[in-house]
Design a protein around this ligand. Structure first.
Ligand SMILES: Nc1ncnc2c1ncn2[C@@H]1O[C@H](COP(=O)(O)OP(=O)(O)OP(=O)(O)O)[C@@H](O)[C@H]1O
Ligand SMILES: [Mg+2]
Length: 416
């Protein structure tokens, strides 16, 4: 019994060959396109390959050339089978035999058996003319493919550019009319435009809450557009890293209470002087906390630690902000992707958590601008969580924000 790979796009022909060869005692694998055929040939190491010359993506001549160029397949018999292909070209590119369609089911197994036994057809033409003709055709096809790809790529880039511009315009357009609304609300609530009745105040407080929420959304949109266009502005100054961490944690506390999530904080040992954009750093920290609280089920645990540590090789100090949780974790295959804008591990319409997939992309940009990075560990490897919290193991996700103490921040963009 031999293992025979049959590469053919027509399902009827595949079935016929399979039946005939299986009846003769062979194992038949099949592939419906040139690329799939090459892949399967490499992984299944067949004893013989039958290839139709007229198949999608790589055609039969190209498949033969490709297989001949692969060390493990260089000696495998290849039989071209076709209604309209060219025998001389087939042999020139490395086929050992050429069978015309339709196949004769009675003699076909014997024909194949001969090739399995080492039979090779001889080309009637000598010299490199057929090979050159084949190469010429292949290069021509390649040229068209490359042209198609360049065109498709240009279209994709255009779509990406339009999307970025749309986001940018949209976020600016909706933030502008909000400015007077926010201003007047403040004047009204401060009774600078006259005294308020209790009912009026209640109404205004409700409006104010809605407006705040809306402004949060606009800020997110502005961040997205800044991230997408690589135009996130950084405003650098001296600040206290430990203080920023404390502020981010304090801001997150009400949400912890809502969800009955227990918070363990390992406080910084003292002030941690640093240089950078403290507002962005704090917001990056908030996004980490936000995720931990959001994805941890009711009654779960979140642990936070803000530290600084010296590089092991004596290199400069690194600021570290870590958040670990007892949530569902992030599968290995998604750990890189969730750092990209808009990527959410659960991208389904029925997903149960809110958000637009921006938090970690934002945190990563901020970390990178500060000479650092964001790392994901799921489940967390770091022993501090286990040692300090033996009672509530944090088996979900650990997200670590690392920053240089005195980074050189990116220069502000020069236009728009
Ligand atoms: N602590 C975590 N536990 C489990 N999954 C997480 C955690 N943090 C992030 N993820 C996964 O990574 C995805 C991306 O997170 P990211 O913060 O960037 O966006 P988001 O939280 O979905 O939306 P946004 O932050 O814009 O409100 C999340 O949708 C989630 O699938
Ligand atoms: Mg988030």
């Amino acid at each position: 019994m031999s293992r025979i790979l049959h590469i053919e796009d027509d399902a009827g022909s595949r079935l016929l060959v399979r039946k005939v060869l299986a009846a003769a005692g062979h194992e038949v694998l099949d592939a419906a396109s040139g690329l799939e055929g090459v892949r399967l040939a490499k992984t299944s190491q067949p004893d013989l390959v039958i290839v139709d010359l007229n198949i999608p993506d790589l055609d039969g001549y190209e498949v033969a050339l490709r297989l001949r160029g692969t060390d493990s397949l260089a000696a495998v018999p290849i039989v071209a089978i076709t209604a309209e292909g060219d025998r001389e070209t087939s042999l020139a590119v490395g086929c050992d035999g050429f069978i015309e369609k339709p196949i004769d089911v009675r003699s076909f197994p014997a024909q194949i058996q001969r090739f399995l036994g080492g039979h090779k057809e001889r080309p009637s033409q000598t010299g490199d003319l057929p090979l050159r003709a084949a190469s010429h055709r292949i290069v021509e096809r390649l040229e068209h493919k490359v042209e198609d790809l360049v065109e498709a790529n240009a279209r994709l880039e255009e779509v990406a550019r339009l999307r970025r511009e749309f986001l940018r315009n949209l976020s600016h357009e909706i933030s502008t009319p909000m400015t007077p609304a926010v201003g007047y609300l403040k004047l009204l609530l401060n009774e600078e435009l006259g005294p308020l009745t209790a009912m009026q105040r209640k109404a205004l407080v409700a409006v104010d809450a809605g407006v705040s929420r809306f402004r949060g959304l606009i800020d997110t949109l502005l961040d997205v557009s800044a991230l997408e266009t690589g135009r996130l502005h950084f405003f650098a100054r001296d600040y206290d890293f430990a203080k920023m961490a404390k502020r981010a944690i304090d801001e997150a506390k009400p949400r912890l209470v809502d969800k009955q999530v227990t918070l363990h904080v390992t406080p910084a040992t003292g002030p941690t002087p640093a240089y950078g954009d403290p507002d962005k750093v704090r917001r990056a920290m908030s996004h980490l906390l936000d995720n931990a609280i959001k994805f941890t089920p009711k009654g779960g645990t979140v642990a936070v630690r803000a530290t600084s540590r010296a590089g092991s090789d004596g290199s400069a100090e690194t600021l570290v902000f870590e958040v670990a949780d007892s949530g569902p974790g992030v599968p290995e295959s998604h750990q890189e992707k969730i750092l990209e804008v808009f990527f959410q591990a659960d991208g389904s319409v029925t997903r149960q958590y809110g958000g637009v997939g921006l938090g970690l992309a934002f945190a990563r940009r901020v970390a990178e601008a500060h000479g650092g990075r964001v790392q994901i560990e799921s489940p967390p490897r770091d022993p501090w969580t286990a040692a300090e919290l033996a009672s509530t193991p944090l088996t979900g996700t650990l997200v670590r924000l690392e920053l240089e103490v005195r980074p050189t921040l990116p220069a502000p963009p020069t236009d728009g």
